[in-house]
Ligand binder design. Structure first.
Ligand code: TYD
Ligand code: MG
Length: 457
């Protein structure tokens, strides 16, 4: 690297901000102890020294003359992934897939690239973590051992570009971006400057050659993508692959998507032969539901355009200590506290001195206010030790005065419940009045939490 300007800078490993001297706290993102010294030689912008300029610079053109033809999509062959991407992969787009180690990112990508290469398109899988043999073994386990997907075990960005230039793949996966390094920078692989630089150049390559790029990103203990946050800004789509340890379900969630909606989820099950798509998640999440026990209720939650019925469980038991315990998994703890206060004050249940546990079965996370009424009903059911009939589903948003408000797309929720054999539905009165078609279920309109408890218990 002789001849280039070299200089030591201190780079914040969490936000990428630079400082000429060491500081205990990053002035930009206020993180403590995040500055690391890096010798930085300034790489020239663009793809790097191996960019011979053949990609050329483009001239601007009027908006009305730009064709959207290029915005066709390739279906990946993995239906749940297509759904989350917004209908397939867009050529020239960059997709970042984040998730804990061992969750199944490499498995998902290998399965996807295999499916994409089925009709002859060139797909290249570059791994910086596993050898070609290891990937072959995984492929055999997945039943795609004879796949056309090109495999390359490589971590040097310069070598990767050499391969890209000769091979010109249509689909490219980098597993993971934290292992790739550019010789232009002296910092270690995985450091903020390396991640930003290597990802930046790969994304530029993808845009210019209309290659679809998948990047795997590691997740830190705090649940953030390791490396700079800027990585999330650079790509078109950020997907998180989540799942609970000990559960075989995996949920793929879009947190950013320039080509589609961000509230779609994809549901998979990790099996012996790889990831299997779950197209009917409701029946999976309800498979092990106990019937007619107190504290259990089924709620229809809307994930993107798809309703998913899940079981909510609550356990209310007398507290042995001064301060009662509150634990909630899968639902917002603040929401539970609020509902407890409403139950105590408006419905007259002396519940706030009790230990409270709330859990969503199957490791799903519910973020919609439409599940409020379900949570409150489950809490009351456990407190009173009176089961909610297992043919009943409940939804509605609960306000601070105990009123039950209408929620969006009630008809879809009711329809899904009917499909899965539920015969009674408690829903906000407001929704009941506006329901376009009367379904086969018995519908009961609810206008307050007291109403709901009166009907149930
Ligand atoms: P992997 O894709 O390597 O995860 P990541 O790339 O996100 O770190 O998945 C590894 C886990 O998945 C491992 O615990 C084994 C399990 N697995 C299966 O259960 N079945 C399979 O067919 C495969 C390939 C992996
Ligand atoms: Mg992996």
């Amino acid at each position: 690297m002789s001849g280039k300007a070299e200089k030591t800078v201190f780079v914040c490993q969490s936000c990428g901000s630079q400082s000429p001297k060491w500081l205990g706290r990053c002035p930009d993102c206020s993180n403590w102890n995040s500055l690391v010294e890096e010798t930085r030689s300034y790489a020239r912008p663009g793809l790097g020294p191996w960019d011979d300029g053949s990609l050329g610079a483009e001239a601007p053109q009027p908006l009305r003359e730009i064709s959207t033809q290029a915005e066709q999509r390739f279906t990946t062959g993995v239906l749940e992934l297509d759904r989350v991407l917004g209908g397939g992969v867009v050529p020239g787009s960059a997709v970042l897939i984040g998730g804990d180690p061992g969750i199944g990112k490499s498995t998902l990508l290998l399965q996807t690239l295999h499916a994409l290469s089925q009709d002859g398109a060139l797909a290249l899988y570059i791994s910086g973590e596993e050898s070609a043999r290891q990937i072959k073994m995984r492929g055999e386990r997945l039943g795609v051992g004879d796949s056309r997907v090109q495999i390359l075990a490589e971590t040097a960005l310069e070598n990767i570009f050499k391969t890209l230039k000769t091979l010109k793949p249509r689909f490219l996966a980098i597993d993971s971006i934290q292992t790739i390094f550019s010789g232009d920078l002296s910092s270690a692989p995985g450091s903020v400057s390396q991640v930003r630089e290597t990802a930046g150049r790969l994304i530029l390559w993808a845009k210019k050659t209309v290659t679809s790029l998948f990047l795997v990103g590691h997740v830190t203990k705090e649940g953030l993508l390791a490396g700079p946050r800027v990585l999330e800004h650079m790509v078109d789509t950020v997907l998180y692959f989540e799942g609970e340890r000990g559960h075989s379900y995996r949920i793929l969630r879009a947190v950013k998507n320039r080509f589609g909606s961000t509230n779609e989820i994809g549901v998979f099950e990790m099996k012996d032969a790889g990831l299997a798509e779950i197209q009917d998640p409701s029946s999976l999440f309800l498979a092990e539901r106990p019937c007619d026990v107190s504290g259990s209720v089924v709620v229809p939650s809307l994930e993107g355009t798809r309703p998913i019925l899940v079981e909510l469980q609550a356990l209310v038991s007398p507290s042995n200590f001064g301060v009662p315990r509150r634990t909630s998994m899968g639902v917002d703890a603040n929401r539970v506290s609020l509902l407890l206060a409403v139950l105590e004050k408006k419905a007259g249940l002396p519940i706030s001195g009790q230990d409270i546990f709330v859990n969503v079965a199957g490791g799903v996370r519910l973020e919609e206010p439409a599940v409020d009424l379900g949570i409150a009903a489950a809490l009351a059911s456990s407190f009173l030790d009176r089961p909610i009939p297992s043919n009943t589903i409940i939804f509605g948003e609960v306000g601070l005065t105990g009123e039950v408000r209408g929620v969006s797309q009630a008809d879809i929720r009711v329809k899904e419940a009917g499909k899965l054999g539920f015969t009674r539905c408690l829903l906000p009165r407001n929704n009941l009045e506006k329901l376009p078609v009367k379904p086969t279920l018995e519908l009961i309109g609810i206008s307050s939490l007291q109403d709901c408890l009166g009907i149930l218990f």
